[in-house]
Ligand binder design. Structure first.
Ligand code: ADP
Ligand code: MG
Length: 626
């Protein structure tokens, strides 16, 4: 039997026992033995498993569970002849525990559901023609798979044949289908809608986007938010205090000359009233709900800590290429010198870029492919973040990159490239030693959602926006103008360490988030209070360094995630103040105003359920742009 049905069964039995006892005593006036038997059932189902569990916590792990207080209070009530009141306590306690478990399970399951979406088999295309059905685990890199309409994509890869549209909402949270043609990436667990596609496997199952998401979520569960840690810490200390306090009340009342049953009843009431169930549950209820709502919208937080910090962020720094701009840049112009043919030039440039994961490399490779140019094979290829890339062929060293790379190589910018270098597109020079062989311009366009996302952040009270890029200032300004980013907010020609320095400067004024995608952003992502990586398209290093992964390409989600974080912080504050306030009222009433035990129980359990429900409100706020 699973945990869920076990809990439901026990709660049902407890409620039934209480119900029968009430009927037998007050409505049907049956012999007292019936009532006692029914109460016995309620105590057995509602108290014994919880009591054993709590004792195991106490002796096994040295943790005093709050549940133990409830059981002790019920037993105390029964021992002074208030067995019915004790049963009410156990029934409500069991009911709220089950509700809580189910509610929290709902929040947790949203992401675990992803695992269920991973297909188990794939259709492998046989070299001789035809297909065979194989287990996904046995699919190898480079295999070709056939995707029929309606099929889930079994692994990450690229379309090689056919075209159609794919529903990527499992990963990005975006309902709009994405059109796919040869060369486009496909992600595991997304759904091929209409077309028949042939795909090539490019990532092993363990490294797929979904696997990375699952890893992130598992990691997330280990990283508790500060307020979560506070409520746990508080809960643990306070539970001991409550137990000691109740004993003190009991002893004190006896000393004042109270009768034993009265003193015991009063102490049990105080025990229930003062138990911090609501305080302990109020934070995780809100955080889990928010994390789950965010995940459904394609924003993955690596834990509650990142969520809480994001709520306080007032400055956002963005990388340009691949973050504010789409990952799909285009080669717009080619200039070569000394009569070098474009085809030879492109074969060399594509050859050296073939090893790079930069968007520039992607553009060059696509361009070469479109022109039917086969990239040359190169050795010893080395990436220089924010500069370019170097390698060698039979004739010697070859390099590609920007002005920094030119300077490093002692090369001169020839007049032929002057027009390009004055323009507002990224210029990539190809050179050998100190000779420049030619250059291409690569243009990237802003993401369609970036302007709206930035505007929404500013509206939400984000006071500082900055663009930080390794690209030239002219290019950066062109993109910035489209996005409503002011020239003074643009920082160009940066090396990775410059980004860190600028993030540091912003951090001096308040919490900073850095949004980036590349290898050259990893340091800044790690340095920022909240590092946000472009997940599905970004580099693995960036994802590792970040606290949040944005799987959707939609920048408006970032603003929504920010709003969600702030709402979560507000709900946590509400919950904590309500829970502590209610507890104080109940304890005072219990100590000085002869609060009846059933009322204490109802106030206590009711408060617990209320804070859980208040937290669950966040679940209904998936990050979605209407
Ligand atoms: P951003 O910070 O905007 O993401 P990068 O720091 O990744 O940009 O790149 C900055 C510049 O470095 C690019 O505009 C380009 O000139 C050069 N560069 C980086 N990687 C490469 C590469 N693989 N090939 C050629 N040039 C590159
Ligand atoms: Mg980038």
């Amino acid at each position: 039997m699973d945990e869920d049905s076990r809990m439901i069964g026990l709660t049902a039995a407890t409620l039934a026992g209480l119900g029968v006892a009430l009927l037998a005593r007050y409505v049907l006036a049956l012999p007292e033995a019936v009532t006692i038997a029914a109460l016995g059932l309620a105590y057995l189902a509602g108290g014994v498993p919880a009591g054993i569990e709590a004792l195991r916590e106490l002796f096994g792990r040295g943790k005093l569970d709050i549940d133990l207080l409830m059981v002790i209070a019920a037993v105390a009530a029964a021992s002074v002849g208030a067995a019915l009141e004790g049963a009410v306590l156990l029934a409500l306690f069991s009911l709220s525990g089950t509700l809580e478990h189910r509610a929290m399970g709902k929040a947790r399951r949203a992401v675990e559901a992803l695992m269920a979406l991973r297909p188990e088999t794939a259709l492998r295309v046989l070299p001789a023609g035809g297909v065979e059905e194989v287990a996904v685990a046995s699919v190898a890199l480079g295999d070709r798979l056939l995707l029929r309409p309606g099929a889930r994509v079994p692994v990450d890869g690229r379309v090689v044949e056919g075209s159609g549209s794919v529903d990527e909402s499992t990963i990005t949270g975006e309902a709009v289908p994405v059109t796919k043609a040869a060369g486009d990436p496909l992600y595991e667990a997304t759904v091929n809608l209409h077309g028949v596609l042939t795909m090539e496997v490019q990532r092993s199952l363990a490294e797929s986007t979904v696997a990375r998401m699952i890893a992130l979520v598992t990691e997330a569960q280990a990283m508790k938010a500060p307020s979560e840690r506070f409520s746990e810490w508080f809960g643990a200390r306070y539970t001991v205090a409550v137990l000691v306090g109740a004993i003190a009340v009991f002893a004190g009342l006896l000393a004042l000359g109270w009768a034993l049953p009265d003193a015991m009843y009063r102490a049990a009431t105080v025990l229930v009233a003062a138990s911090p169930c609501a305080v302990v549950i109020s934070v995780p209820a809100a955080i889990l709900s928010a994390l789950s709502a965010a995940a459904r919208g394609g924003v993955l937080f690596k834990g509650g800590a990142a969520l809480e910090k994001l709520a306080e962020v007032r400055a956002y720094a963005f990388d340009k290429t691949g973050t504010l701009t789409t990952g799909r840049a285009e080669v717009t112009q080619i200039v070569t010198v000394d009569g070098l043919s474009e085809a030879v030039f492109l074969a060399q440039l594509a050859g050296i870029e073939a090893a790079s994961e930069h968007h520039i490399a992607d553009a060059v490779l696509r361009h070469a492919k479109a022109l039917g140019v086969e990239p040359q094979t190169l050795r010893d290829v080395l990436a220089w973040p924010s500069e370019g890339i170097t390698g060698s062929d039979d004739e010697g060293g070859l390099w590609a990159g920007n002005q920094r790379m030119l300077t490093r190589m002692g090369a001169q910018a020839l007049p032929e490239f002057e027009a390009m270098r004055q323009g507002a597109e990224t210029v990539v020079h190809l050179g050998r030693g100190d000779r420049v062989l030619g250059a291409v311009t690569v243009a990237d366009a802003p993401r369609t959602t970036a302007a709206a996302g930035i505007a929404a952040l500013r509206n939400a009270g984000v006071s500082e926006i900055a663009m930080m890029t390794g690209d030239r200032r002219a290019v950066a300004l062109r993109i910035a103008a489209d996005l409503g980013i002011r020239p003074e907010e643009v920082h160009a020609d940066l090396l990775p360490e410059d980004k860190v320095r600028l993030v540091d400067a912003l951090a001096a004024k308040g919490r900073v988030a850095f949004v980036g995608d590349g290898v050259n952003d990893a340091a800044a992502l790690a340095r920022a209070d909240v590092g946000i990586a472009m997940g599905a398209a970004g580099s693995e290093v960036a994802l590792q360094a970040a606290d949040v992964a944005l799987l959707s390409e939609d920048m408006q989600r970032l603003a929504l995630a920010h709003a969600l974080a702030r709402r979560t912080a507000r709900i946590i504050r509400q919950n904590l103040s309500f829970a502590i306030g209610a507890m104080v009222v109940l304890v005072v009433a219990g100590l000085f105003f002869a609060l009846p035990l059933p009322l204490a129980v109802i106030g206590h359990e009711g408060g617990t359920v209320l804070v859980v429900l208040n937290g669950l409100r966040l679940l209904r706020d998936p990050i979605r742009v209407s």
